[in-house]
Design a protein around this ligand. Structure first.
Ligand code: ATP
Length: 259
């Protein structure tokens, strides 16, 4: 689905991404983790082509990303961003319907089949009963689910999510990531919460100062040896008894002060 080979990105004098190589296969959910400034959002922006890599190759559905026409790329990728452009005075249904735009030509009207698709997507994210509600009346979690519904309406081949759980409470964090998993669309998501990454991601890419520090399953990447030097804090990694998933606990540098 998506393959990066030796991708490098320089912005001004700074090397933001250096030698990034990994592949995302069909139906996989890959989490990109790393401290502030590690290059996570830049990586997503390179894949969505809002930034152009200085070297290396990106293949999307076995074709070079550079070869995609803009409209074709807009149909193929859906982006759920950290700070979406505020859309005031629009209803939930109108925002979800925007997912059809990449498939339509100017002045083309929506058909009943399109309407059905929008209803189905709203149903899927649990917002069908709020279709006519203005979006500035939604909670943060509902809004995030709406942006996922808009992405669903778009029927993308790949979903890119930049911090999809930002500002959400625990229940909504799980709700949103469960939804992403359930969609069955290959997804690449920047995540700050390592325990959520452990729970929901098939693979994890750990970035450190623009370098690919590790890539593999949560078991391979979420280890004290890899996490401590990257995050600059001592940590303990255990396996959750019920979930059989990694759990990372960072320890304050002055652990004694908590006792
Ligand atoms: N236009 C630019 N010119 C120079 N440096 C830039 C530019 N844009 C981003 N950077 C730098 O690139 C690095 C990576 O930024 P990026 O936003 O990708 O990090 P991130 O891992 O997503 O961080 P965060 O967790 O804080 O969101 C940062 O050091 C940032 O300052």
């Amino acid at each position: 689905m998506l393959k990066l080979s030796a991708v490098c990105l320089k912005l001004g004098e700074k090397t933001v991404l250096n030698d990034i190589s990994f592949a995302l296969h069909n139906n996989e959910f890959i989490g990109v983790i790393g401290p502030n400034g590690a290059g996570k959002s830049s990586l997503l922006r390179v894949v969505q082509r809002s930034l152009t890599a200085n070297s290396g190759q990106i293949m999307l559905k076995q074709r070079a990303l550079a070869q995609y026409k803009t409209a074709e790329l807009a149909r193929t990728l859906a982006v759920v961003s950290q700070n979406p452009i505020p859309l005031f005075a629009l209803t939930v249904e109108q925002v979800a319907t925007m997912g059809l735009l990449p498939h339509k030509s100017w002045f083309e009207v929506n058909h009943s089949q399109d309407q059905h698709q929008v209803s189905q997507a709203l149903n899927r994210v649990g917002l069908a009963d709020k279709a006519s509600q203005l979006i500035d009346t939604l909670s943060g979690g509902e809004l995030q689910r709406l942006y996922i519904a808009r992405a669903l309406v778009q029927r993308p081949a790949l979903l890119l999510l930049d911090e999809p759980t930002n500002h959400l409470d625990v229940q909504y964090q799980h709700q949103v990531l469960e939804l992403v998993r359930a969609l069955g669309i290959p997804a690449l998501a920047c995540l700050h919460d390592l325990n959520l990454a452990a729970m929901y991601c098939d693979k994890i890419l750990l970035l450190h100062q623009g370098q690919q520090y590790a890539f593999g399953t949560p078991e391979q990447v979420l280890t004290t040896e890899l996490l401590q030097p990257v995050f600059g804090l001592a940590c303990e990694v255990t396996t959750h008894v019920l979930l059989r998933k990694q759990q990372v606990t960072f320890l304050p540098s002055q652990t004694g002060t908590l006792c």
